[in-house]
Design a protein around this ligand. Structure first.
Ligand code: NAP
Ligand code: HSE
Length: 432
């Protein structure tokens, strides 16, 4: 047996506790699988007096990051402090500091990797160490390793993912129980899925961070978080859910990235997906990522995108891989951008659309709206009218694929028609 590989754990919250629990429970197997023991020798927390949910020796706890970063016996730093209040510091500096000192780093921090991944990968390369971040995207689902290793023979052409569990739980409840957004948000908060400030989840920021990481890796081109077009789920109503059902769709918050010859697209928005598409069956807090590769065809990864043990599972897998690489004396596979593809603006993207307009109920209204669509080369695939004699009534359209620039021009013309009270919602349709 080799001497132990030593880990400095930063953060002992939800995920940190899961890591300690898994490493204690499977110590023997993990030692066998990584070629020798792995030991957590120091743990950084904010408040050393807190009672912990897992047994840890008090003398291992510290509130001084230097006791990990400057300890030459520590081989791997595991950063699980996150970004409280949305701030990347001090997590970014701790990761960079560890890499500069020749330590391998494992992190679950999507914010830091999405915003600073490129420079951190470069730093790891310069110092000949590994930077591992499997848990940063889709918790327990091994999607990063799959893209970097198992799918290495492919050009990845498209990724469509449900990569935010909180919003998937809320949309599932809205669809199955006909309840409004505010009510299911309160329930998600009571269940501990949604944060007290749910903005990051419901406005799609969390999914945009994860998509930026996935698209950068899959397409080997830098994709910044600001390159990802983003719409949250706050405007989805039970009425839209009911129309989706009638038209043969379900509404999901999808993270979509597609590769073209010279460009890519990356977007997060509520999306109508045909009921027979594999992503339509992904409910509650579950995550799933649907990938198309040129050699392998279509694949789907499904599992838990968050939680103590699922996320801990991904972190521990990274720790074991880092330990194996340390024992073999190799740096670890880093990947990174090898080409620069332009990210399309939303107006340059092609999609089908669901359009829900509130209109005056009188003869000729449908013809006026159809003409506005026709003027901008938007072709209609189906129409529903509900209500009679009320003001307003709902007119619902699904279009064929069209350039968003044309769609926006048509919508502007429709909204200006005197017979149209409002365009209540517009939702993209994918996966047909
Ligand atoms: P958490 O429960 O809030 O735990 C954070 C831990 O970090 C706590 O132990 C806290 O110390 C410590 N900490 C925070 N700021 C610190 C600082 N400035 N100095 C020292 N210690 C500090 O967070 P979490 O849910 O485990 O998330 C950790 C990371 O995993 C985040 O990047 C998150 O995005 C990612 N992640 C989480 C999940 C999930 O299911 N929770 C899933 C995927 C990815 P105290 O305990 O003393 O307060
Ligand atoms: N808040 C995220 C979700 C989990 O609901 O999926 C952490 O990334």
């Amino acid at each position: 047996m080799h001497s132990p590989v030593r880990v400095g754990l930063m953060g002992l919250g939800t995920v940190g506790s899961g890591v300690v629990e898994i490493m204690a429970k499977h110590a023997e197997q993990l030692a066998h699988r990584s070629g020798g023991p792995i030991e957590i020798s120091r743990i950084l927390v904010r408040d050393a007096s807190k009672t912990r949910s897992v047994p840890v020796a008090l003398e291992r706890i510290t509130t001084d990051a230097g006791e990990i970063l400057d300890d030459p016996s520590i081989d791997i730093v595991v950063e699980l402090i996150g970004c409280p209040g949305g701030r990347v510091e001090p997590a970014r500096s701790y990761i960079a500091g560890a890499l500069e000192r020749g330590k391998h780093v494992v992190t679950a921090n999507k914010d830091v990797i999405a915003k600073h991944g490129r420079e951190l990968i470069q730093l790891a390369r310069e110092h000949r160490v590994g930077l591992y971040f499997e848990a940063a995207v889709a918790g327990g689902i091994p999607i990063i390793k799959s893209i970097k290793e198992a799918l290495v023979a492919n050009e990845v052409q498209a990724i469509m993912g449900i990569i935010n569990g909180t919003t998937n739980y809320m949309l599932t409840k809205m669809a199955h129980e006909g309840r409004p957004f505010e009510e299911v948000l309160r329930e998600a908060q009571e269940m501990g899925y949604a944060e007290a400030d749910p903005t990051s989840d419901v406005e799609g920021h969390d999914a945009a961070y994860k998509l930026a990481i996935l698209a950068s890796l899959a397409f080997e081109t830098p994709v910044a978080v600001d390159d990802v077009y983003r719409e949250g789920i706050t405007r989805v109503t039970p009425e839209d859910m009911a129309y989706a059902d009638e038209l043969g769709y379900v509404i999901k918050l999808l993270a979509i990235a597609k590769a073209h010859e010279e460009t890519i697209e990356a977007r997060v928005h509520p999306t109508m997906v045909p009921k027979e598409h594999p992503l339509a069956a992904v409910n509650d807090v579950f995550n799933a990522i649907f990938i198309e590769g040129d050699a392998v065809g279509e694949l789907m990864f499904y599992g838990r995108g968050a939680g103590k043990l699922p996320t801990g599972s991904a972190v521990v897998a990274d720790i074991v891989e880092a330990a194996q690489n340390i024992r073999r004396g190799v740096d670890g596979r880093l990947g990174g951008a090898v080409r620069e593809k332009r990210v399309l603006s939303p107006l340059e993207v092609v999609s089908s659309y669901y359009v829900h307009a509130k209109v005056v109920d009188s003869p000729g209204v449908l013809a006026q709206i159809a003409k506005a669509f026709g003027d901008h080369e938007v072709s209609i695939s189906s129409v529903i009218q509900k209500g009679r004699g009320e003001d307003p009534v709902s007119l619902v359209f699904v279009t064929h694929k069209v350039l968003e620039r044309n769609m926006q021009a048509a919508l502007k013309q429709i909204a200006a028609l005197p017979v149209v009270r409002s365009v209540a919602n517009v939702i993209r349709v994918e996966g047909e």
